[in-house]
Design a protein around this ligand. Sequence first.
Ligand code: IPD
Ligand code: CA
Ligand code: CA
Length: 265
Amino acid sequence: MNWENVYSHAKQWVKEAGERIRQSFDQTLNIETKTNPNDLVTNIDKETEQFFIKKIKEVYPSHKILGEEGFGDQVDSLEGTVWLIDPIDGTMNFIHQQRNFAISLGVYENGVGKIGLVYDVVHDELYHAFRGKGAFLNEKPIPPLKEASVSESIIALNATWVMPNYRIDHQLLIPLVRDARGTRSYGTAALEIVFVATGRVDAYISMRLSPWDYAGSAVIVEELGGIITNLRGEKLDYLSKDSLFVAKPGLHQTILAEYLKDGKW
Ligand code: IPD
Ligand code: CA
Ligand code: CA
């Protein structure tokens, strides 16, 4: 397989999909709910996923596609080449704000992330990496990550996890929020993970994400030395929902050992 071709196709298709999304801003959205009243999907999420599937199947008919909106294949193993696609990550922001959302795309070979793309459509910022060949923001190389201490860190996490909730004991994350320099919440996992990659934030924590939320950004952040695991410090499996913890090197070990060790994540 010519991976350079896959990489250049992926970049080209993501840019085209982004242009279609920008052009849709004047249209009235058709908004539906999925698992609960705040779990939203629009016609643009669906059309964008279908756009990718058509392009990929035309050129790479043997590749498998796992897409959030379900138009791809039934994927239950990462054998072979698999594209993991979130057509719009941050749909709530897309609907309410028309910004702070991204297209996320990862291409995996036998479970190993080869290509990762996250496209911030509104800012025309494409974060991309090809394993072993560096990570870029548009054409500019992103420098490798340096270590950071908790007291000088900005941690991205959702306020839900520090108030009573049904997933975790909300007391557990309070010391980390207290000791960090600051916290942020952007409402788009894919961008929050590439913000770790670019050093805009130092860590990001989520209690439950799906493979398409992080498959693209994981390749980018790992290429720069960032560590991405679940909250127990275990490898993600890219096929099932899990908690997620990504941070700069060093900081990841410190937070796991000093702040997360007692949680039943
Ligand atoms: C969501 C966003 C959000 C995260 C949710 C995801 P979607 O993805 O990444 O930031 O907190 O868990 O489901 O539904 O907008 O693609
Ligand atoms: Ca998502
Ligand atoms: Ca989505």
